[in-house]
Design a protein around this ligand. Structure first.
Ligand code: DC
Length: 233
């Protein structure tokens, strides 16, 4: 056995990716950002004229779906993993507010989810993986050895996200960011296909009032306990 599978789910802007990357680098595991894949599909529909007045041309997306190729590759410029959409590095573009606003047009579509879940399962075939998202512990890897479920108060999450976007020099209003978080929480938890729910065997971490370091220590404790149990420490 070469490492375990660590599934991290939770609400938008909860610091899932920060924790997932930290755990992956500490353990020497592969980190996979499943949200980036939904963001890449959102960018695709925006760029290819499949959104009209805020409405998605669903039949056209279903036709195009097979030709949408998403992969992760090491970017030598940043020395980090980057998301590629049909051969183009879109890592920066998929983090924009506009993509965040369009992603809930595509994430509820069962055919989109089926395609991305299959890809995620293939990426995770190599053991020793940390993947974050909304349905990783419930749908993508229901047998993951470690499942973490992250929460934080919406205002705390919006403040962190707002700070991040301002640091990148983006001109956004705090109220827009908070509204987007509320909207995505609602969309994530109420969609019919693979909604965000806490797996019964997931360990919940509320990070509203703890630092990223305290959160890491808490998560690592959970991982080390499991590794000791499966004899891999
Ligand atoms: O984690 P994130 O904010 O980058 O995710 C972007 C969007 O993709 C988010 O609105 C919910 C959706 N998503 C999903 O439906 N399933 C996943 N496994 C990951 C993300």
């Amino acid at each position: 056995m070469n490492g375990i599978t660590i599934a991290i789910d939770g609400y938008s802007s909860c610091g899932k990716s920060t924790l997932a990357k930290h755990l992956a680098s500490h353990l020497g595991y592969t980190y996979i950002d499943s949200g980036a894949m939904y963001r890449a599909v959102a960018l695709y529909v925006m760029e290819n004229g499949l959104v009209h007045n805020g409405l998605l041309d669903r039949p056209k997306l279903l036709q195009a779906l097979e030709g949408i190729e998403i992969r992760f590759e090491h970017d030598p410029m940043t020395d980090k993993s980057a998301t590629y959409l049909n051969g183009r590095n879109v890592e920066e573009e998929i983090r924009s507010m506009e993509v965040s606003q369009h992603v809930t047009l595509v994430s509820p579509i069962p055919e989109v989810r089926a395609k991305l879940v299959k890809l995620q399962q293939a990426f995770g075939r190599e053991r020793g993986v940390v993947m974050d998202g909304r349905d990783i512990g419930t749908v993508v890897f229901p047998d993951a050895e470690v499942k973490l479920f992250m929460t934080a108060r919406p205002e705390v999450r919006a403040q962190r996200r707002y700070h991040e976007l301002c640091e990148k020099g983006l001109d956004v209003e705090f109220s827009t960011v908070l509204e987007n978080i509320h909207q995505r929480d609602l969309d994530d938890t109420t969609r019919a296909a693979d909604p965000l729910i806490q797996a019964p065997d997931a360990v919940e971490i509320d990070n509203s009032d703890i630092t990223a370091e305290q959160q890491f220590v808490r998560a690592l404790d959970v991982v080390l306990e499991v590794l000791a149990r499966v004899g891999q420490e």
